[in-house]
Design a protein around this ligand. Sequence first.
Ligand code: APR
Length: 226
Amino acid sequence: MRITVLTGAGISAESGLATFRASDGLWENHRIEDIATPEALERDPALVHDFYNMRRQKAAEVQPNAAHRALAKLAGAHDLTLITQNVDDLHERGGSPDVIHMHGALNSALCGSCDARWQAPKLMRPEDRCPACGACATRPDIVWFGEVPYHMERIWQALDEAELFAAIGTSGNVYPAAGFAQHSARSGVECIELNLEESANSRDFSRRIPGPASRTVPEWVETLLA
Ligand code: APR
C-alpha cells in the first residue's frame, strides 16, 4: 500500500526533546520570533546560533523511541513516504531509510549567500566561513518562519499518490503541513491522526488514535503489517 506519514515534535517528545507549543507560548524560554526567523539571525546571530547549537547537542544526546523504530519497520513492508517537520535525526537513527525533512535539519549548515550545504559542526558560529564561497553567512539549515519549506514538489506528489495519510505528533498549527490532511481527505484518501491530544486540525481526519506515540505508533504499524 502507498502510505504517506507526516511527523511532528510529538514523536520525539518521549525521546526527551521538547515540543514547540508549550502552554506558556515559549520555546525553551524564548519567543519564537526571537530565534526562528531570518530577522532574528540578522538582529542577534549569537543568540540564534547558541540556541541551535544547544538543540543540536541535545538531539545528539537522546535516542530514537519505539515510534521512530516502528516507522522504519513500516518502510520495509509498504511503499512509505516519510515526511517530518522535525529537525532532529531520530528517524534516521531509528532505521528509516529515506526521510524528507521539510523544515531542514540540525546537522546541516547552509550558506546564506551561495546556498551551499555542508555537515554542521558541533558548534556553529556567526563568523564561520562558507567552504564553497568564503562568505561569512553560515546559518543552521533550518526553515524558519517566513521561509519556504523544502521538497514541496515531492511532498505534494506523494500525498496525491497515497492511499493512506497519517499525521503523528503534530499540533496542526503550521502550514503547509497543517493542510496535508484536508488536501488528502478532499481526494478521498483515508486520514488518520495519532496524537496525544486533539490538534488544531483534528476535524480533517476520518480516524483519531489518541495517546503517546511510543505506544500508538507501534500498535498502528502492527495492524498494517498483519
Ligand atoms: N505522543 C504523541 N503526540 C504528542 C506527544 C507524544 N508523546 N507529546 C506531545 N504530543 C503532541 C502535542 O499534543 C502536540 O499536538 O505533539 C504535538 C506537538 O505540537 P508542536 O509542538 O506544535 O510541534 P509541531 O506540530 O511539530 O510544530 C510544527 O512549528 O515551530 C515550528 O518549525 C517548527 O516544525 C515545527 C512546526
